[in-house]
Design a protein around this ligand. Sequence first.
Ligand SMILES: NC(=O)c1ccc[n+]([C@@H]2O[C@H](COP(=O)([O-])OP(=O)(O)OC[C@H]3O[C@@H](n4cnc5c(N)ncnc54)[C@H](OP(=O)(O)O)[C@@H]3O)[C@@H](O)[C@H]2O)c1
Length: 314
Amino acid sequence: MKLGLGTAALGRPQYINLRSKQIENSDIESFKAHSFSVLESAYKLGVRYFDTAPGYGLAETLLLEWLQTKKDNTIEVATKWGYTYVANFDANAKVHEIKEHSLEKLKEQWAFSKQLLPNFKVYQIHSATLETGILENKPVLNYLAALKNGHGIRIGITTTGINQVEVIKKALDVHVDGGQLFDVFQVTYNMLDQSLKTISDVIINQNKSIVIKEALANGRVFRNENYAHYNDLYKVLERLANKYKVGVDAISLQFCAQTIQSSTVLSGASNTIQLQENLKAQNIQLLNNELEEITSFKIEADDYWKERKLLAWN
Ligand SMILES: NC(=O)c1ccc[n+]([C@@H]2O[C@H](COP(=O)([O-])OP(=O)(O)OC[C@H]3O[C@@H](n4cnc5c(N)ncnc54)[C@H](OP(=O)(O)O)[C@@H]3O)[C@@H](O)[C@H]2O)c1
C-alpha cells in the first residue's frame, strides 16, 4: 500500500470537514510550525508522496521550505493549479477559494510551483469539470503538454462531484500531438462513494496512476450521532478496528487500497497522531469477506455529494 500525505489541512486553518471540536488555529506562526513538524514526522515515518495546491493557503510555501531541508530525490510532490486561496486565514471568511481555469492562472501558478522542481513530479488541474470546458481548452492543454515534455512531469486532473467517471473518460481521450495528455487521476473514493470502481480497471490498463482522496469521507467514517443512517457501517468498521487493533481510519484507508489496485491513498491527517494512526493501515490486510461487507455500504453518488455539500469549512 502506498500512502501519501495531503496538505490541505496543513496549509490553511479551515477546510471542509467534520470536526468534533473546534481547533484554535488563529496564531499563524504556531500553525506553520505545527504543519512543518507534521511534514517532518511524515518523512520520518516513511512517507514520500506529498500532495499540495496553491488553493491550500500556505501549503506550497511550507512544502518548498521543508524540501530545502531534505534534498532527497525520492520525495515526490504533486501540486495543482486552478484555485486561489483568498480567505487570508480569517476563520469567518465567506469565500475561501476562487476557481479560475484560464491560461493566465495556469502561467501565474506555474511560475511559483516550478520552484518545487526537481521533486515536483505531478501537475494536476484542480477539480476539472465538464462545465468549465477545461478539457477542450486547446491553449491550456498545449501549455500543459509543453510542461510535461520540458520538465518530465506527469500531468493529471483531480475530480469531484457526481460525474467524476464522466470527467475521467473525457480526460483519457484528450490527446496533444498524438499522445494522451493525462497520466494521473486524483479521485474521491471511499466506502460511500465507490463510483471510481466502474472505471478504475480502464485507467490502470492504460498504465495511468490513481490517487485516492477523501478516503475517510471528510471524517464521516468516524461514528457521529448526526449521521445515524451510517450506524450499521460504524458497527462493522468498529468491529474490524477491534479485530485488527487499529482505528476505523486505518480500516477505511486499507479498504481503498485493496479495492483500487496499485493506487496511492492520501492521508488528510492534520496532526502527527492522526498520521501515525492512518499509517497503521499499512500493517493490515482485510479478508475478502470483510471487503465485501464494507463494499455493501456504498450509496448513490448523488446522495454522497448532497451530503458533502452540507459540510462546513471548519
Ligand atoms: N483535489 C481536490 O479537490 C481535493 C479535495 C479534497 C482533498 N484533496 C486532497 O486529499 C487529501 C486528503 O483529503 P481529506 O482531507 O478530505 O481527507 P479525508 O481523509 O477524507 O478526511 C480527513 C479528515 O479525517 C480526520 N482524521 C484523519 N485521521 C484521523 C484520526 N486518526 N482520528 C480522527 N480524525 C481523523 C481529519 O481530522 P481533523 O478534523 O482533526 O482535521 C479530517 O477531518 C487532502 O489533504 C488533499 O491533499 C484534494
